[in-house]
Design a protein around this ligand. Structure first.
Ligand code: PRP
Length: 182
């Protein structure tokens, strides 16, 4: 049963992943990351803006010492990827010698991650991995993969839990499918 905060927004066709399922999976990912990085001090690198809600929850599920940094990139106009990824804000700290864990909300065409992986590898981090809440494997335009995946989903336009459409819906506490025409 969904909590009161999960009441459907009128623009939402259906709830794909509810708050409880999100929290349970994020807790699992936090445990897995904590085990894998034991004895190290990873930097969780949030990709603005879509990852902020996921990052906030994941961070609190990780039980080892870690740092946080952010990169802002953008490539979407409405529902469509422009195919051109633009860096809007770079890391504050140097990536050299760090255990970088990219935290994304969604892998779709893969163009954003391909750009980030190429850009960050060139800065010689000690390690570079990806944790994405959602993966749409059918939509790939370039070959990229993530070590940590919350949920694999079909090719539907999803919003909520950080994901937007024209900057709306990021605050919904669930991942939902947007009604067509919205
Ligand atoms: C979204 C999302 C990912 C990217 C995934 O970002 O947050 O970063 O698209 O799509 P791709 O695999 O097709 O590249 P967006 O450019 O919409 O910016 P935002 O995070 O600020 O919403």
């Amino acid at each position: 049963m969904l909590g009161t905060l999960a009441i459907m927004h009128p623009d939402v066709e259906k709830i794909l992943i509810g708050p409880e399922a999100l929290q349970a999976r994020v807790a699992e990912l936090g445990r897995q990351i904590s085990r894998d990085y034991e004895g190290r001090h990873p930097t969780l690198l949030g990709i603005l803006k879509g990852s902020v809600v996921f990052l906030g929850d994941l961070l609190r599920a990780v039980t080892l010492d870690c740092s946080v940094d952010f990169i802002s990139v953008s490539s979407y106009a409405g529902r469509t990827s422009t195919g051109e990824v633009r860096m809007l804000l770079d890391l504050r700290e140097s990536a050299l010698g760090k255990d970088l864990l990219i935290v994304e909300d969604i892998m779709d065409s893969g163009l954003t991650l391909h750009y980030l992986l190429t850009t960050l590898k060139a800065r010689n981090p000690k390690s570079l991995e990806v944790c994405t809440l959602l993966d749409k494997p059918d939509c790939r335009k370039v070959s990229v993969s993530a070590k940590y995946v919350g949920f694999r989903i079909a090719n539907e336009f999803v919003i909520g839990y950080g994901l937007d459409h024209n900057e709306k819906y990021r605050n919904l506490p669930y991942v939902g499918v947007l009604k067509s025409g919205k």
